[in-house]
Structures are given as structure tokens and as C-alpha cells.
Design a protein around this ligand. Sequence first.
Ligand SMILES: C[S@@+](CC[C@H](N)C(=O)[O-])C[C@H]1O[C@@H](n2cnc3c(N)ncnc32)[C@H](O)[C@@H]1O
Length: 302
Amino acid sequence: MPMTSIFRFFTYIDVRENKKVVIQRKIYFIKKNKPEFISKLIKNSIFENILIFVEINQDMGEQIQPYKDSKLGKKQQVEQMFDTISGNYDNLNRMISLGTDQGWRRHVLKLVADTKPESILDIATGTGDLAILLSKSEAKSIVGLDLSAGMLEVGKEKVKVLGLQDRIEMLQGDSENLPFADNSFDAITVAFGVRNFENLEKGLDEILRVLKPNGIFVILETSVPTKFPFKQGYSFYMKTFMPLMGKLFSKDKKAYTYLTESAKNFPFGEEMNNILRKIGFSNVKHLPQTMGVATIYTASKV
Ligand SMILES: C[S@@+](CC[C@H](N)C(=O)[O-])C[C@H]1O[C@@H](n2cnc3c(N)ncnc32)[C@H](O)[C@@H]1O
């Protein structure tokens, strides 16, 4: 059985029981990406006696890195990768998602704008598309924060052309060590960013810290369709179209392998909801988009 399956299973149990577990060999051939099936198995008491609780040292979510041979940590690799692809990121983004990402972002805008926030933090803002769209809300101040200076440069230029400098500030920073006081923002968003965090739990802890009580947190992230025929269609698309895009258009082919791999292996749906609940968010919900190829998560802080 591939190690990835074991790790996904560890992660799932970690979230549900707040304990780390290993399952006996007997059910080692559980298929990858089947958290719902695993959940049913665990709820079913006849399987209780085959769980052995042990301590392991594994982060939430498998650690997929852009450059497998690099000695740098994931964070530095991610920064380097986005610096390299920043110049054609927007075009490639549209192509890869066949333009659907715009609709998903508009959905995020509606969810956020409905809460009438005065201050918004868009983490992993990249070239600023979501931060710019969020300026259609009533918010007086929007901060777009990102690790990559290259992505921010492109974003700053867009903000300038649109004359939004007085409302949108583009800031270099790390989601895992946010340069803001506790309870600073009415709304926080992250679009296609959380799966790039080196330490997901630390990033989410920081977000909870700087979100105001009753504030809204919205994540937009890739997910994997689970139903026929979308699951099969998605798998075909990821195996054929994505590598072709990487070969034809990218300066950095490894970036596209990384984006595909990380999308396939990142927790989604109920598994992600449980991670958010474990961190301390309340009212956690998820809204699958376009047959489940992306998911919007909403949560709040009490
Ligand atoms: C796929 S891009 C998404 C950009 C933008 N939000 C969008 O929707 O197009 C992911 C971004 O996450 C940023 N990122 C990754 N880890 C980060 C971290 N720890 N702190 C801040 N930004 C991070 C990367 O630099 C990159 O710009």
C-alpha cells in the first residue's frame, strides 16, 4: 500500500480523535482519498478493536514540496517557485481553471460582503485578484499579504492601474507569523493558498488569532471530485492537460507537477472542516464548487 494512504489516514484520525493512530495491517489496503469510507469504518463498532493508538510525528496533510531535490524548506521553495512563475501566473491560472476561478472568487466576495466588513485580510494574495475583487465590498481597508515578492510586484501594479492604492495595501509576510495584533480583521480570506502553507496548523492558528470575534474566515481551495463521472474526468484532466500546460507554457515545469500533486493530496470537504474545528473555528461549513473541483469553506470565531 502506498505511504500516502497511511498518512492521509493518520491525519484523519488525528483530527477526529485528537490522537495519533496506526491501524493494523488487516485494513492497510484502504484506498487513497477515501476519508468518508474511513469515517464509516471507525464509526462502526466492530472495527474498534483493531485500532492501536501510538504517537507519531506527522503534520496535518502530507508535505508535498515543489522541488523534491532541494535542501530548502517548503516555505522557501514555495516562495522561490511563485517568484519564478509570477510573470505568467494570471494567464496560466485562467487556462488551468478554464476561467472558472473567477466565478468562485465572486462567490467568496458575496459571502464576505454580506457580513459588511470594515477591514479584510487576504492571505496568500499572490497577484491580488481576490484582494482587488474584495474592494467591491464596503471594506475601508484591505491588506493583501504574501510570501512572494514577485507575485506582490505584479499585484501592486494591478492595484495601481485600478487606482485602489488608498484601499488595498500589498504586504510581504508569512501566514504562519502574521504581523498583526490579535482580533484585527473583520474578514480573512485565503484563495488557493492554504495548501501551500508549510505548516497548515500554524497558519490557521495565526488566522484565528488575528480574526475579530464574530469575524468571517473564507477559504477557497482546490478539491477532488468524488462522484462518477467527474472523478474520472478530473483524474484524466490532471494527468494529461496539466503536464501539457506545464511543458508548453511554464518557465518552471516542476511548479505544475507540484500544483497537481498538492491538489490531489490536500485534505478537503469534511476532513478540512474537522481541521478548522480542531483549530478552534466555529460554524464551519463547506460549499463544493463546479462538481467539487474547488471548495469554499466558511468559518467564524466566537
Ligand atoms: C496559488 S497562489 C494563489 C494566489 C492568489 N490568492 C490567487 O487566488 O490567485 C498561492 C500563493 O500563496 C503564497 N503563500 C504560500 N505560502 C505562504 C505563506 N506561508 N504566507 C503567505 N503567503 C504564502 C504564495 O507565495 C503564492 O503567491
